[in-house]
Design a binder for this molecule. Structure first.
Ligand SMILES: O=C(O)[C@H](O)[C@@H](O)[C@H](O)[C@H](O)COP(=O)(O)O
Length: 246
């Protein structure tokens, strides 16, 4: 069976080089598109270095901040000032350090609302930004979606064995009780509506799961992603040793 997980794999020397490369890649795409640029951000620890990199030279002075919009692929259902919040992580690493108009920042709501209402509210926000109720494969919602890879093969908050994996109608869903947490996550239809999807995977501890991803192991939620556009994996030497032996 041909591996349907056709991704462009790029290996950088280390985490530092990976963050530089992805920052350059984002700048190149954002600069080339002379219109609103929509980035869907990943949470977790891996992308923090990238977000910090974007807040420094040369990106701080060259990135088209005024026409870039920032979304989240998932969020822990905690207050935005909670240490576990993906929004807080991005605010500290990037948003508070560069001139991004507040109207361009679209955090997932998590306060004074139920998880289900938060998911519905974010879905309405995405549809309002997109300007339609139905996703058109020829007109992706996001220019870029950044994703991480969990040790169990989850991505965003699409965890193995959860009902959200078969959600094909809603763009956003609440995931309650997984890893004793509540999360809000974009579903496959929304995540796949991206011109470019990039997994950022680094470190030795990701070696085994990255190998399974590269082999298209469909038991992994991350391996089931079929974006309408390009699929890339940016990784580092520590994670790749042996992973790309198909
Ligand atoms: O909210 C989150 O934590 C992310 O959405 C999650 O999917 C993450 O990307 C992976 O768990 C990898 O996390 P690390 O980058 O910390 O390994």
């Amino acid at each position: 069976m041909i591996n349907p997980f056709e991704a462009k794999l790029e290996t950088l020397a280390n985490a530092e080089a990976l963050s530089h490369r992805v920052a350059d890649w984002l700048l190149e795409m954002a600069t080339a598109k002379h219109a609103i640029f929509a980035i869907n951000l990943s949470g977790g620890s891996t992308p923090r270095r990238l977000y910090e990199r974007l807040a420094g030279p040369p990106y701080r002075d060259t990135f088209p901040w005024s026409r870039t919009h920032w979304f989240w692929g998932d969020e822990r259902f905690v207050p935005h000032d909670d240490a576990r919040s993906n929004y807080r992580m991005v605010r500290e690493a990037l948003l508070s350090r560069v001139p991004i108009p507040a109207v361009n920042v679209h955090p997932i709501p998590t306060e004074g609302i139920t998880p289900e209402s938060a998911a519905s509210a974010y879905e309405r926000q995405l549809k309002s930004f997109y300007g339609a109720e139905r996703l058109d494969p020829a007109r992706p919602l996001f220019d870029v979606t950044l994703l991480g890879l969990g040790p169990d093969g989850h991505t965003a908050s699409l965890f193995p064995g959860t009902a959200v994996l078969v959600e094909q109608t809603h763009w956003v869903a609440a995931v309650v009780g997984v890893k004793s947490e509540t999360r809000i996550t974009l579903t496959y239809p929304a995540l796949e509506s991206s011109q470019n999807v990039a997994f950022l995977v680094e470190g030795r501890e990701k070696r085994a799961i990255l190998k399974r991803l590269c082999r298209g192991d469909d038991s992994l939620p991350a391996a089931r992603l079929r974006p309408v556009g390009m699929l890339c994996v940016f990784t580092d030497q520590a994670a790749i040793e042996g992973a790309n032996e198909i």
